[in-house]
Design a protein around this ligand. Structure first.
Ligand code: ADP
Ligand code: MG
Length: 257
């Protein structure tokens, strides 16, 4: 009997450990205001959000509803005022810039609407840049960068400058750069906002495939077709989560849980 209780106890502890381990993002009552000389703007007003490892999530909402603010906090690019944000079991609060950079580099890959490529560096150098900051040798980082460009179907474009690439190609270079540090999470802020509809589908296919490979993927968008591609849509309104939908049998329905 003693053994059964003990074994069960171990089993239970193990299960709890696993559960908390797999909660990639755990946010409780998150608030954020911006302060300027003239006014204070309360942008996030008590966000509660869990994202499990491997989820494919989008965040929708009107312009100004706080989507980018939330994504920047998730990516440890910005701080918050109150509440808690746990990333993979670690409380992300009052971190030094150095510690924040370590978590960012180990966990998160960013993709932006405007690609954020460096114009005077070619595609290969842009993709390799995060490894430069990690002090990887030029030879090694160029080999790894080429592998990632190849994965994006851009091997032949490695030595082209950004202004020689189409919008879709630039975004795939940016995705290759985001992947080079093997992130657990991809955070994309309006990744298709500057693309036509055909290229949008192309970029979404890339992001969908990355998610299928196991990368937790969170996309901010105001395009319904983009959000519909993901498995869960968080609807943000005036800094609060209004409701969310989940995809079952290919259709999004409101989640009442
Ligand atoms: P969204 O991405 O949904 O369009 P944002 O999160 O960018 O919204 O912005 C939410 C609100 O916060 C907007 O009213 C915006 O003007 C304001 N805001 C965003 N960033 C700053 C900042 N750095 N300083 C002051 N106000 C800001
Ligand atoms: Mg925004």
């Amino acid at each position: 009997m003693h053994c059964i209780v003990q074994c069960f106890g171990i089993h239970l502890r193990h299960k709890i450990y696993l559960q908390s381990y797999y909660k990639m993002i755990h946010i409780r009552q998150l608030h954020k205001s911006y302060h300027t000389e003239a006014l204070s703007l309360h942008v996030l007003k008590g966000i509660d959000l869990n994202v499990e490892a491997g989820e494919y999530v989008s965040i929708m909402g009107a312009s100004g509803s706080g989507k980018s603010t939330l994504l920047n906090i998730l990516g440890i690019l910005d701080t918050y005022d109150s509440g808690n944000y746990n990333l993979n079991g670690t409380l992300i609060k009052n971190l030094s810039e150095k510690t924040a950079a370590i978590y960012r580099n180990d966990f998160i890959g960013f993709v932006f609407q405007s690609f954020n490529l460096i114009n005077f560096k070619n595609a290969l150098e842009n993709v390799a840049l995060p490894l430069y900051y990690k002090k990887v040798s030029r030879k090694k980082r160029n080999i790894i960068a080429m592998e990632h460009l190849d994965r994006m179907g851009l091997k032949d474009w490695a030595h082209h400058m950004p202004n020689e690439l189409s919008g879709g190609q630039k975004q795939r270079v940016a995705i290759a750069r985001a992947l080079i540090s093997n992130p657990k999470i991809i955070l994309a802020d309006e990744p298709t906002g500057a693309l036509d509809s055909t290229t949008t589908v192309e970029v979404m296919n890339v992001l969908t495939n990355l998610n299928k490979e196991g990368i937790t993927t969170i996309i901010v968008t105001h395009e319904k077709s983009v959000a519909d591609t993901t498995n869960r849509i968080i609807h943000l309104k005036d800094g609060m989560i209004e409701y969310e939908t989940r995809k079952t049998n290919g259709i999004h329905t409101v989640n009442n849980n």
